[in-house]
Design a protein around this ligand. Sequence first.
Ligand code: URA
Length: 272
Amino acid sequence: MEIEQYPSADFNAVATLKWYVDCGVDETISDTPVNWFQYSEKNEQNQDVTIKTATSAKSSANAPLSTNREIIEMAEKLAADAMTLDDLRQAILDFDGCSLKNTASNTVFCDGNSQSDIMLIGEAPGADEDRIGKPFVGQAGQLLDRMFAAINMNRENDFYITNMLPWRPPGNRKPTDGECAMCLPFVRRHIELFNPKMIILIGGTSASALLNVQTGITKLRGKWVEYKLGDQKVPMIPIFHPAYLLRQPQFKKQAWHDLLQIKERLESKESK
Ligand code: URA
């Protein structure tokens, strides 16, 4: 919802904010408008659509024009230069190619055990994650923790977790293909630096970005594939996103089936 600027100099900031909340305002937006039509489903990944590199709300008005291709190349360069997970976090903080950064409160990088062998990759931070700065801490994250607890796994010890996008899309909208393409170099480098023995893709966004397919999660889930990491092939499996299971609890049966597959595979590795 859009609201006009406060009218006078003697306004009370707290009262104004309360008034906004009462009116249903649930987003802060940047000073410069974003033309979302440029991010149409089809043209993003492959075409060089010219967009303004959103450096910051203040400076973007004067920022040079960049194409999607240039932005992706900038991300690839920053990602390739990162030699540690801390470098990568810094590289993402330094990346100004994705306008989601302007509306997010935090850059959400990771949580869990960075010494574990298992990497979970979700979609993007929601409101709670954006506020707290960690992935999967809201309602969906709590369900995810319960799902993994059911197979005796927890994020403190057993896995590491990140997202396709480090910034919350306004209003929790689905990330566009263009946003995923810009962040993919960071996710690929994240995988290289973490060097997992197993990758679990949580939901359709990370599954289609990392598998480079348009197939829906209903078809992809529960099927093992191999992720090529140097000369290794890392087992990777897409599963339903817990936010989807909160909306569609009838699919918990399939989610349980997939969790059992994960557990079985881990146990069979342990026994070797
Ligand atoms: N959903 C995600 O995909 N990631 C989060 O961090 C939170 C909700």
